[in-house]
Design a protein around this ligand. Structure first.
Ligand SMILES: [Zn+2]
Ligand SMILES: [Zn+2]
Length: 254
């Protein structure tokens, strides 16, 4: 699997930035994970969007879904132009609530909604995907994702507070993609459904993950500050998200 950061910022994109969106490519399939503000413009640097096979959505907060409307328009036009078959809507796998968000995911022949929950196991080409509900939000579900292909494991942590039970789901993942929404100086006193950079590092270390990618960062953070606060993670390589960063799990040693 090759993993590419298309967007990583939150809650809104900085100049030339993008909020969460990630591309996973194998020999057989191309998966988009989340589709935040500015993600489509970045995706076009790597592939024509009509070649996407699947969109996986963690939850419906704006920073993760802002570009879905224009993705639907784009696919509709590519179908009109004959670049994508009209009978091949893009499957969007996403949580079943809130209902008004679910409704918006099926659009003409362009996209089609399929529900996910913790019992869902998807096989998409040579990738299997399972889901874990995270401690996030105001009652509506948010799902982390575990992607496995050819013996390699990527866990995308989505948005998550400290109450998520990662043990069985993320233990020993080759790549753990974990949010680091806060630096120490702006971490709220009470948990509010997010983690700090330090939390992410401690988590990845305790789960013995082969590598860590810290994401969901405020666009004004300095990379050096993020790296400095990730010192608890010592098991392997620590990446800090930036647009265009690629991690190749076929060559990386776990
Ligand atoms: Zn969220
Ligand atoms: Zn978010």
């Amino acid at each position: 699997m090759r993993f590419t950061v298309l967007g990583y910022q939150s809650p809104y994109p900085g100049p030339d930035g993008a909020t969460p969106g990630y591309l996973v490519e194998t020999d057989e399939v191309r998966l988009l994970i989340d589709c935040g503000s500015g993600v489509l413009a970045q995706a076009g640097k790597h592939l024509p969007i009509y070649e996407l096979d699947v969109l996986l959505l963690s939850h419906y907060h704006h920073d993760h879904i802002a570009d879905i409307g224009v993705l639907q328009y784009g696919l509709m036009v590519h179908q009109l132009f004959g670049q994508r078959p009209a009978d091949r809507p893009l499957p969007i796998y996403a949580p079943e609530a809130p209902a008004q968000n679910v409704q918006a995911l099926t659009y003409r022949d362009a996209t089609c909604f399929y529900p996910i929950n913790e019992q869902t196991s998807l096989t998409i080409g040579d990738v299997t995907v399972t889901f874990l509900r995270t401690d996030h939000g105001d009652g509506d579900p948010c799902f982390a994702m575990r992607l496995e292909s050819k013996g390699r494991v990527i866990v995308y942590g989505a948005d998550s507070g400290p109450g998520t039970n990662w043990a069985a789901f993320a233990q020993g993942a080759d790549l753990f993609i974990c949010e680091g929404t806060y630096l120490d100086h702006n971490k709220p006193q009470k948990p509010n459904g997010h983690l700090s950079v330090r939390d992410a590092a401690e988590l990845a270390e305790s789960l013995s993950c082969g590598s860590l990618l810290i994401t969901h960062l405020f666009h004004g953070y300095e990379e050096a500050d993020v790296v400095a606060q990730a010192e608890a993670y010592q098991s392997g390589t620590c990446y800090v998200a930036r647009i265009g960063l690629q991690i190749d799990l076929t060559t990386q040693k776990g």
